[in-house]
Design a protein. Structure first.
Length: 310
């Protein structure tokens, strides 16, 4: 498959409370690539059953493949609520994906994948079609076990194929360790949270899945969001979680390659296509090698369909 036709990364993933029809309607009208219909932190426990039923009806009312993608953040496997979350929302059709919070061991993902496989079979959905994004740093143990992910997941090919991405969270981790703050006087994350961010990025790269940056929680801080987006794209993240529709435009713009970037990437790909089997090529008098080709392919894969065409 060519780089242009590869699945584009999800640039913006917008959290929406599972029990709020009003907020869901607004989110559906946004330009978000995916909505994360939330059954965890955004829903009062007393409203959980109502939220499950509402999400199930929403999934059933929208044809599969119609944008935006519809994902569901379920409760953590350790809560005892996750199985019922999945069985309740997967009544009419499977969501595009599941977001797993507060994961503390790679083996917990295996449990979720097994349940998704059973539900896909029950609804006659394609095996493995419901993908998984893991919020991998919300517990201290979760952060510390990230280096084990490649060994555990690569030993389970079906699960490995289902895993779409890793993201990181600072809010729950901050509470878990008793931190009084997450940022220093300059506004930068302190070392512990930089470590969590970097560990997520490196684990995603090792697994070949999408690295997704965490949320920017200050809705009034547009310059701070822009700064985080610039840093995230610079460092290798390809998408970002959002908590409000007003953040979506900036996020989509940050993770959409510019016209100049796409044109240069096409020329890199063309230079290698003109020399089949070669490890190096020449472009504008400069030597380029396989890493340049891989980066060019990533840029083209990140372009929306109307932008990826030559």
């Amino acid at each position: 498959m060519s780089a242009e036709r590869a699945r584009a990364p999800l640039r913006s993933l917008l959290f929406v409370p599972g029990d709020s029809e009003r907020k869901q309607a607004r989110a559906l009208a946004s330009a978000a690539d995916a909505l994360i219909l939330d059954l965890e932190d955004a829903v009062d426990p007393a409203q959980l059953n109502a939220a499950r039923a509402h999400i199930g009806r929403l999934l059933g009312s929208r044809p599969a493949g119609q944008p935006p993608e519809l994902w569901v953040r379920v409760n953590t496997p350790a809560s005892g609520l996750m199985r019922e979350d999945l069985e309740s929302v997967c009544t009419f059709r499977m969501p595009d994906g599941i977001v797993l919070p507060k994961i503390s061991a790679a083996e917990e993902i295996t449990e979720v994948a097994a349940q998704l496989e059973r539900l896909e079979s029950h609804l006659a959905a394609a095996p493995g079609s419901t993908r998984i994004v893991v919020i991998a740093t919300e517990t201290p143990k979760g952060l510390l076990v990230l280096p084990r992910y490649p060994a555990v997941l690569e030993a389970a090919p079906a699960l490995r194929a289902r895993l779409a991405g890793l993201t990181w969270g600072a809010e729950d981790l901050s509470t878990a360790i008793g931190a009084l703050g997450k940022r220093d006087a300059t506004g930068a994350f302190t070392f512990t949270f930089q470590l969590a961010r970097s560990a997520c990025l490196l684990a995603a790269a090792a697994l070949g899945v999408q690295p997704i940056d965490g949320v920017h929680t200050d809705l009034r801080d547009a310059p701070g969001l822009e700064r985080e987006l610039g840093e995230a794209r610079r460092d290798g993240f390809t998408g970002k979680l959002a908590i409000h529709p007003d953040q979506v435009g900036a996020i989509n713009a940050a993770f959409t390659p510019t016209d100049a970037e796409r044109e240069h990437a096409r020329r890199v790909v063309a230079a290698f296509a003109a020399r089949p089997g070669a490890g190096v090529a020449s472009l504008d008098g400069q030597m380029i090698d396989r890493p340049h080709l891989i980066q060019a392919q990533r840029i083209l894969a990140a372009a929306p369909p109307d932008k990826a065409k030559t």
